[in-house]
Design a protein around this ligand. Structure first.
Ligand SMILES: C[S@@+](CC[C@H](N)C(=O)[O-])C[C@H]1O[C@@H](n2cnc3c(N)ncnc32)[C@H](O)[C@@H]1O
Length: 682
């Protein structure tokens, strides 16, 4: 059989798989999936699953086979219900020659809540350019729940109910199912081993040994009360009947957006230019540079962000200014051919400064000016310098008076906003360039070049001030972050005990924002944080001083899986004798969840009995991590398990399907029969 050189268009991504799925699991699963869908097993060619990533890439024998699979899969409503983890199919765009599904891919997805997902995208699909993109299509892509919010009849579920369903059902039921599964497997194994043990030793055991074995069997051989039924966990948690928290500002809430610099549709020509010889394309290219979102994926047109409910007006105005007045029309980047110069424009709005003016940072990401990504492209040095000079001239010192009423009247009519709360005064205080030549996204430590201004923006959460560097993470909905962090404060305060010092380990602390808010608001007495990002940790170290908390905070840069264990040990060793200390962990990992070593460290440390877990991926990584923290004891994992104490949803991304969850795990001196109310005695 001849093997085609490039099978990139034959691949799909199967998501929501259990994190620990192996290739051999998949080799069983895929043929049975195909059988279930009445498709020939011969259509399957190969599969890959990166370790502990919870997804797999399946390659079919042809593109037609892939399309048949996708159609059958999407049409099969039952399928999702029958599989424990609710599989999700994603027609991920694989670049020509790309065979590997990497970590970077999922990071790119993680940051894509501003940008459209590429779920319906197909490489080289010509119909992405056939029809003009409508504003409804843009809205559906970026704020897919706008219709559920506006007209409950259309989806049969109101917006609030949908979000609550995600919080209570999808997350909690999945946690319960995953934990129950682990207990059931353990019990089955235990039954077998106990039986063997008894049969072997029946006559040699003393009555005491016999009693001990029976007791052990009793403890290990029973499902904990909170996991008795698949939905039992819900009864223990607030979100089962509770409301998702929101600040009720459903529009224009993002403080950061990443705009693609691509080509927009032209009424005179819908064909995308592909080469210099393509005169029709070249003509439309000169008119079509667009700054916005790629609603139809990497090979589709770039669209104006004006129709997006979650993008503030100042950002849409900056995008428009760039595309009409500043950027050279021949300089957009093509992610398929890697040709071109400007890749992405990030706009970040900061806090209000003196005179009611809000500072804005613009980051221009581009390829190498000489030769581009592959090194053999055009020389953009002149264009770069020219455009940069235009930006400085037009922006530096200019106050933008933004009239938000145009977009407000639209959303007020729809009931998304009560008052005109948009627009105001802005100044682009910082302009930064970043050269990036690889295919995916730069890591947080990637260098930048300051054109004018600073390397960071400033913002406030609760009553704390933060400086945030370019590569550092910061919550994208600042006003809702107040609610999220207040929730964390309340949960940590609940651990505090009179006469005892409370130390909070802020795992994946970013710029130190959660820990600093905890400390400043009296929830704990000391914060010890770690984060993989060096710029974020230098921000955290500046931010603790900015908030007058230098003495009681310690932040270090490093992967949590490498540094947390020693950080905890050092902190415990540093306590003066006689001090009564309690410890709590607040974890806020990226979408992939916590590394196994971090989970092990938290579960094994008997001094940490409460974990406040903030998750932006409650249906996947939170479920997997909960299964580890709450799963049965084993030889590898002998420490007492945690139970889920509460789950609270916070609507950080209104009108999208994303939901932030604050899940509190508490370690209980669990014994059969409901003693899960007893604290661990040490
Ligand atoms: C969702 S953000 C939370 C940041 C911060 N807690 C906040 O609220 O702003 C996740 C953070 O995890 C960090 N991170 C990712 N992988 C990590 C790892 N292996 N070890 C430590 N931190 C990590 C990222 O740099 C990022 O700052």
């Amino acid at each position: 059989m001849s093997v085609p050189a490039d099978r990139s268009s034959y691949r799909v991504r199967l998501q929501n798989l259990p994190k620990r799925v192996s290739k051999s699991d998949l080799l069983h699963l895929i043929p049975s999936l195909l059988e279930h869908l009445s498709l020939p097993t011969s259509s399957f060619h190969a599969c890959k699953c990166p370790q502990a990533m919870g997804f797999a890439v399946i390659t079919f024998t042809s593109e037609a086979d892939k399309i048949s699979f996708m159609k059958a899969f999407s049409a099969d409503v039952e399928l999702k219900g029958t599989l424990d983890f609710g599989l999700l199919l994603k027609d991920k765009v694989f670049k020509p020659g790309q065979t590997k599904a990497t970590d970077q891919d999922s990071n790119a997805e993680a940051s894509a809540d501003a940008a459209p997902s590429s779920s319906e995208n197909k490489r080289g699909r010509e119909d992405t350019w056939d029809e003009p993109v409508t504003t409804l299509e843009i809205k559906n892509k970026l704020t897919p729940l706008h219709e559920a919010y506006l007209s409950p009849q259309q989806t049969g579920e109101s917006y609030a109910k949908y979000k609550k369903t995600v919080a209570a059902k999808a997350c909690l039921v999945k946690i319960t199912k995953a934990c129950r599964k682990a207990y059931i497997a353990k019990i089955e194994a235990w039954n077998g081993s106990v039986k063997r043990k008894f049969q072997k030793k029946k006559n040699q055991m003393t009555p005491e040994e016999n009693l001990r074995a029976v007791k052990e069997f009793g403890e290990q051989g029973t499902i904990p009360r909170w996991l008795e039924k698949d939905n039992r966990c819900v009864e223990f948690c607030k979100a089962g009947g509770g409301k998702v928290l929101t600040d009720e500002r459903f529009v224009f809430y993002r403080n950061k957006c990443e705009f693609n610099v691509g080509l927009g549709m032209d009424s005179s020509s819908s064909k995308k230019p592909r080469s210099e010889g393509d005169s029709e394309g070249a003509e439309s290219s000169s008119r079509n540079l667009k700054v916005g979102f790629m609603v139809r994926g990497w090979d589709g047109p770039t669209c104006s962000p004006d129709a997006c409910y979650n993008v503030p007006t100042i950002m849409t105005e900056i995008a428009l200014d760039l595309e009409t007045n500043i950027l050279n029309p021949k300089s957009s980047y093509d992610p398929i051919t890697y040709a071109g110069f400007y890749r992405m424009i990030t706009v970040r709005v900061g806090r209000e400064r003196e005179g009611g003016v809000r500072g804005v940072m613009v980051i221009v990401q581009h390829t190498a000016p000489m030769g581009g990504v592959k090194g053999d492209g055009e020389d953009f040095t002149g264009i770069m310098e020219e455009d940069k000079a235009k930006m400085v001239k037009a922006w530096k010192g200019k106050i933008w008076e933004v009239d938000g009423s145009r977009r407000c009247s639209d959303v007020m009519e729809l009931g998304l906003l009560k008052d005109v709360e948009e627009g105001g005064k802005y100044e682009i205080t910082d302009l930064v360039y970043q050269e990036f030549n690889k295919v995916s996204n730069p890591d947080p430590n990637h260098p930048v070049q300051i054109v004018y201004g600073n390397k960071f923006v400033t913002d406030d959460i609760l009553n704390c001030k933060f400086e945030v560097s370019i590569g550092a993470f910061f919550q994208v909905n600042t006003s809702c972050a107040n609610i999220l962090y207040q929730q964390a404060i309340d949960e940590v305060k609940a651990v505090k005990e009179e006469g005892k010092k409370l130390v909070a380990f802020d795992v994946c602390c970013g710029t130190g924002s959660i820990g600093i808010c905890l400390l400043k608001n009296g929830a704990c007495d000391r914060v010890v944080g770690c984060d993989i990002s060096i710029p974020a940790i230098s921000d955290a170290n500046r931010n603790k001083k900015l908030n007058g908390l230098d003495e009681d905070c310690s932040f270090i840069a490093g992967k949590a899986e490498d540094v947390l264990r020693d950080q905890i040990k050092d902190e415990q060793a540093s306590q003066t004798k006689g001090t009564k200390v309690k410890y709590v962990a607040v974890v806020d990992p990226a979408r992939e969840g916590l590394h196994n070593d971090v989970l092990k460290c938290l579960r094994q440390n008997k001094d940490i009995n409460t974990i406040v877990y903030i998750s932006c991926n409650p249906e996947k990584s939170l479920v997997n991590d909960a299964a580890f923290l709450c799963g049965p004891k084993s030889k590898k994992n002998p420490a007492q398990p945690f139970v889920v104490k509460s789950v609270q949803g916070v609507d950080m991304f209104p009108l999208t399907s994303h939901l932030e969850i604050v899940c509190v795990f508490e370690r209980k001196g669990y014994v059969v029969g409901g003693a899960d109310e007893v604290e661990v005695k040490r």
